[in-house]
Design a protein around this ligand. Sequence first.
Ligand code: C5P
Length: 286
Amino acid sequence: MMEQAHHLSLADRIYVALDVNTRERALEVVRAVSPVLPSFKVGMELFYCFGPDIVRELKEAGAKRIFLDLKLHDIPNTVARAATVLTGAGVDVMTVHAAGGRRMMETVLRAVADKAAEVGIPRPRVVAVTQLTSTDRPMLNEELGIPGSMAEVVRRYALLARRAGLDGVVASADEVPLIREVCGPDFLTVVPGIRPDFYRSEGDDQRRVATPREALLRGAGYLVIGRPILRSLDWRRAAEAVLKECANLEPALSNTDKPKPAVLADNLTDKMRVQRIYSSRLSKEK
Ligand code: C5P
């Protein structure tokens, strides 16, 4: 049975970004922090250095969940196959680019559901990236040729992801209310750019920031926190301080992260659809 949001504790909603470049350091952080915050985000650098084995190693070191942020984007068949491998490796949350289109996202979701059913694990969450935070409006309109304001584009891509059946999107805390308005309260928002009060005075490159408390009160589903914990001299105490800032918030938390009935109830049809997509692709590729 999938976890439901009201069963998710505050600690389960926070992913610590393992932005370190050695396996030893990553394992050290997990051993220290996991008794307080048990979920971790792995990015491209760590994954491309150490491969799928790093997921198992981090879990053996105490990580309860791994969010692998590879931002997959390719033809549907290729991304679905990659997502199948990641599901088998024990990844719990993964990202794809909404710009890959509805069929890519649908195909990934089916492939992930099939693999999870095959190995008997809960289906990993698949969340979409709408627009990278490094993109600004001139780049969006002029370089990428996408018309409209950033808010309009984020809104459109979030809706596309929701229609494809995805679990949610990565968003800044500022975008959470808009996404909840457009996609509903059950659509998960994964929010980086979190700056706890105890870290506020430190300057870094994050612009659209919020405290963990603000982000959760706006309806964020999961938070991603890196430097405020990793730059601390005592990682575990920093993790405890994050939780302390959010004390007494639990009853007010948004009821997101429900399993999507369309995917679960319609399994057979979904499976047949994936097979159809695979076989039509394969026959074209031959
Ligand atoms: O150190 P910090 O708390 O800023 O870490 C945030 C994490 O979230 C980093 O791993 C960063 O790559 C990631 N991220 C982000 N902004 C996005 C998407 C991902 O900061 N829009």
